[in-house]
Design a protein around this ligand. Structure first.
Ligand code: RB5
Length: 151
């Protein structure tokens, strides 16, 4: 089950991504926005990021105009490893090496064809473990030291 969300800047590309998910048998929940009207990206990024760290969803996809705002917000939440990707190689490596649990796309940056290729690559990639686990553990350690962890 995939969590997906966008602001107005990513709204149109999100429709394309959701169509791809639907046609390829992926289940997903849309965290909004639900119309092309202007919204603030933190209001979508936060609940989606929380649903990832709570374990409700294993993978998420966030879209805004550039992907930058969504990245900034999502990566503030301890346990989130959000990767803004503009190419398929990065999307693959974001999972294989960085165990990225959220993919971020810039709806005004990448076209629909490239976006689908990025999403497909991201969803099919697997984490390599080994030395990369050690590095992820170091990210977790930094989160614990520098961010106030709730609970
Ligand atoms: C909205 O105009 C735009 O600022 C937003 O979608 C995003 O690109 C922010 O990073």
């Amino acid at each position: 089950m995939i969590a997906i969300g966008s602001d107005h800047g990513g709204f149109e590309l999100k429709q394309t991504v959701m169509k791809y998910l639907q046609e390829n048998g992926y289940e997903f929940r849309d965290f909004g926005c639900f119309t092309p009207d202007s919204v603030d990206y933190p209001d979508v990024a936060l609940p989606l990021a929380q649903s990832i760290v709570s374990g409700e969803f294993k993978r998420g996809i966030l879209l805004c105009g550039t992907g930058i705002g969504m990245s900034m917000v999502a990566n503030k939440i301890p346990g989130v490893r959000a990767a803004l990707c503009g190419d398929s190689y990065s999307a693959h490596m974001a999972v294989e090496h960085n165990n990225a649990n959220i993919l971020i796309l810039g709806g005004r940056v990448v076209g629909p064809g490239l976006a689908i290729s990025i999403v497909e690559t991201y969803l099919k990639a697997t984490f390599a473990e080994g030395r990369h686990r050690v590095r992820i553990d170091k990210i977790t350690k930094i989160e614990k030291e520098y961010l106030r962890v709730k609970g």
